[in-house]
Design a protein around this ligand. Structure first.
Ligand code: GLY
Length: 608
């Protein structure tokens, strides 16, 4: 196996956490194949539950919830609310997400979709004349938030604690404060932290300078808002004073009247989370469940895995194995094909039919896979037509403008995974889209509003001449296409792995890299997460890669015609892609394991 450069711990252990039960993200190269996917040989694991989260304070709160008798859904609610406080730039009640829940007793997986929606007054051309930056920093990009209602629904149906109980740690941290980590400190230097006065007042110093690591951050307005919700439930957010404040806040714009948000009190009162079934596919004997539309994450992942399955990705032959030149080439080509079809066909299928079965069929994927040539980079692929394979009919299309939009986007968002003592698992990705979302904080209420509507096509694509359905064009009440991909892996019907990542459209590729590392390269969780990632998020195919991939493989890719968007030769692998938090369960022993990502402050806490 190729030995990649090992990432070092970048953060001290948080005080107060019992070291024996805490495994911060670390990396070591896998020894012999693990007995169970993701489990290092000799690693004992836990039986009382495991949390894997991108911030130690949120991990601590989740572990305390499990230790107090809560289940995975209770812990997930607690973690998400604390993340709103300690990673306010990444997710929160002003945003949305996908909570994937596996119920161990029922052996059933479901998704609480709390994706934001476009307001009733939204229209396909509402971003006309705006570039991404303009659109994404004004109220026009704010979708109707879903996180709070999604969590409330999950707690009511599958939790054992009240909303108020799960809010308590977040309220205390917001009120009493905490020392910000270097990730949040760095983000306060982002101009988006200071575009609007309420945001700058909280996340910049008195003189307007960024906050240093270790700064003690108190958020009294957020504490008050969460306390209001603890007493009144989601109703106080979706109706009444907080709803009025959200509507007023999203009327702010940096670009005049066109940039003002169109959300009304009726949009907030009418928001509904949806409970969905995962999309499912198979890879080398494992069953993979992931996000259905309105996310493109699961479908694109399953398509790419199917395209890659015929190659000896984990093999010892020259050019294969981790970081091998053939491995990286076929990964790039599968990503380019997957993203070409994603651009044309994926969106909110409550509004526009998505040919899920067609896209995942061998009828569709076999000719797509035949385009991959080990000896050269394929020409930029158009989307192909999955409808004949789905028993319908339709088109093809050019994705250039969409690719440019995807590449301009932020890569914030957050992912965490929890398993409880009963074996229930939650894999939850949530977001306010860009770091700091739209940049708009709701004055007096202390939470940031998302800019999720920029996940729609900024320029409409629907075209009857070409047959492009405009799957991801803006429409009233529609959910913007996501890339979020909380994922679960099963063997013989038992859940063995669960993970996900933030990172905009790179989410899908971080999950793909992790899947290949765990299944093909037989790495344990820590190694699979630490391994350098490789990503292409458009059919045109500009590669981004992390340090540690072998130079000779990168040089080979250049020779085949791959593009890195750099003037240097050989191109540098210096990207920072994703932040994967994962759990594994040994199906024989039931022992539970966790792995977290040192690209952020990933923290695992297990309970004996
Ligand atoms: N906000 C990231 C996504 O939905 O893909």
């Amino acid at each position: 196996m190729f030995l990649f450069r090992i990432r070092r711990h970048r953060h001290p252990l948080v005080a107060g956490i019992v070291p024996a039960l805490l495994l911060t993200a670390c990396a070591h190269v896998a020894e012999p194949p693990a007995a169970s996917p993701g489990v290092a040989a000799g690693e004992r694991g836990f039986a009382g539950g495991v949390v894997s989260v991108s911030h130690p304070l949120a991990a601590r709160a989740g572990a305390d919830t499990l230790a107090g008798g809560g289940n995975a859904v209770d812990a997930a609610a607690t973690i998400q609310f604390v993340l709103n406080v300690v990673e306010p730039q990444s997710s929160g009640i002003g945003g949305g997400g996908f909570m994937m829940i596996h119920l161990a007793d029922e052996r059933r997986t479901l998704i609480v979709d709390s994706r934001e929606t476009a307001p009733a007054a939204a229209s396909a051309d509402m971003f006309a004349g705006m570039d991404f930056r303009q659109a994404s920093t004004s109220g026009v990009s704010v979708g109707v938030p879903g996180t709070l209602l999604g969590i409330e629904l999950a707690l009511e149906r599958w939790g054992s604690m009240t909303l108020a109980e799960t809010l308590k740690p977040a309220i205390e941290l917001a009120r009493d404060g905490f020392a910000i980590n270097r990730h949040l400190a760095a983000r306060t230097a982002d101009p988006r932290a200071a575009l609007y006065p309420a945001t700058a007042a909280r996340f910049r110093g008195d003189d307007g300078t960024p906050l240093p690591p270790g700064h003690w951050l108190k958020q009294p307005e957020l504490a008050r808002t969460l306390a209001l919700v603890a007493v009144g439930g989601s109703a106080v957010f979706y109706r009444g004073e907080i709803a009025d404040a959200i509507v007023a806040a999203q009327r702010q714009s940096l670009i005049g009247d066109d940039g003002r948000g169109r959300m009304t009190q009726a949009d907030l009162a009418g928001y509904r989370p949806r409970v969905r079934k995962p999309v499912e596919g198979h890879y080398r004997g494992f069953t993979i469940q992931s996000m259905p539309p309105p996310s493109s994450g699961g479908l694109t992942l399953l398509m790419m895995l199917r395209l890659l399955e015929r190659y000896p990705i984990g093999g010892d032959d020259a050019g294969w194995g981790f970081g091998g030149r053939h491995t990286l080439h076929v990964m790039a080509e599968a990503m380019r094909l997957g993203f070409a079809d994603r651009a044309a066909w994926m969106g909110d299928d409550d509004q526009v039919p998505v040919p899920v079965a067609g896209l995942l069929s061998d009828c569709f994927l076999a000719p797509r896979g035949a385009l991959i040539d080990l000896g050269k980079r394929m020409a930029t692929p158009d989307a192909a037509d999955p409808w004949p394979c789905h028993e319908h009919g339709a088109m093809s299309g050019d994705e250039a403008s969409l690719a440019a939009q995807d590449e301009a986007k932020g890569t914030d968002t957050t992912h965490f995974t929890v398993v409880d003592r009963w074996g229930n698992v939650v894999s939850f990705t949530s977001t306010i889209e860009s770091a700091w979302g739209s940049g708009i904080m709701v004055p007096g209420y202390g939470f940031l509003l998302n800019n999720e509507l920029t996940d729609f096509n900024l320029t409409p694509r629907a075209d009857t001449a070409s047959g492009d359905p405009g799957s991801n064009d803006v429409a009233a009440g529609k959910r913007p296409r996501s890339s979020m991909a909380p994922t679960m892996v099963f063997r013989d019907g038992r859940l063995v792995l669960a993970y996900g990542s933030p990172g905009g459209s790179t989410i899908i590729n971080s999950v793909l890299n992790t899947t290949l590392n765990l299944i093909d390269h037989r790495m344990d969780l820590a190694t699979a997460i630490a391994a350098p990632r490789f990503s292409v998020t458009s059919a045109r195919g500009t590669i981004r890669c992390e340090a540690g991939l072998p130079d000779d493989a990168i040089t080979h890719l250049v020779r085949l015609g791959h593009e890195f968007g750099q003037d240097v030769d050989p191109p540098r692998c210096d990207a920072d892609i994703g932040s994967v938090q994962a759990i594994a369960i040994d199906p024989e022993s039931g022992r539970q394991h966790g792995g977290a990502d040192s690209r952020r402050q990933g923290t695992v806490i297990g309970l004996p």
